[in-house]
Design a protein around this ligand. Structure first.
Ligand code: 5GP
Ligand code: ZN
Length: 138
């Protein structure tokens, strides 16, 4: 498969690896948003997060949790943003699921999850919306 991140996992394209286990491969982003910006991906190819089964997502996030703690301790971070651009519409540019860990530092002056999209829609329909979504789990 012609996938950039599969090639990185296979070692066909070089990367600055920080961690690897049976399920995931983690490396430094080549265009970091902040120092230490790390990408964690499942070794098995999935285009999108919503293509993954629960067990694969669990394995991915168990490793993301471990790597986040190591980054926090090693780089002496006060915090970080952890997230996924799921789908092109959400800004995903490489179609192989990956989690961004973006270190945050005092005074960096940047935003948070609330600043990715700021449409601030009406909340009048929250009861209806919650019902529609929750019914879909049945
Ligand atoms: P996305 O926009 O799909 O959520 O994230 C893709 C990320 O991969 C971007 O942050 C981009 O900087 C990073 N990236 C793209 N190509 C390469 C590469 O060849 N090597 C590394 N280390 N990172 C890459
Ligand atoms: Zn891939």
């Amino acid at each position: 498969m012609d996938c950039l991140f599969c090639k990185i996992v296979a070692g066909e394209i070089p990367s600055h690896k920080v961690y690897e286990d049976e399920f995931v491969y983690a490396f430094l982003d080549i265009f970091p948003c902040s120092e230490g910006h790390t990408i964690v991906l499942p070794k098995k190819h999935f285009d999108r997060f919503t293509d993954m089964e629960g067990k694969d997502a669990s394995a991915l996030f168990t490793s993301v949790n471990k790597i986040s703690k190591v980054l926090e301790n090693t780089l002496k971070l006060e915090g970080m943003n952890v997230g996924i651009n799921n789908g092109e519409i959400a800004g995903q540019t490489v179609p192989h699921v990956h989690v961004h860990i973006i270190p945050r530092r005092a005074g960096d002056g940047e935003g948070n999850m609330h600043t990715i999209v700021e449409l601030n829609p009406s909340t009048d329909n929250l009861p209806e919306l919650a019902k529609t979504i929750s019914k879909s789990f049945d």
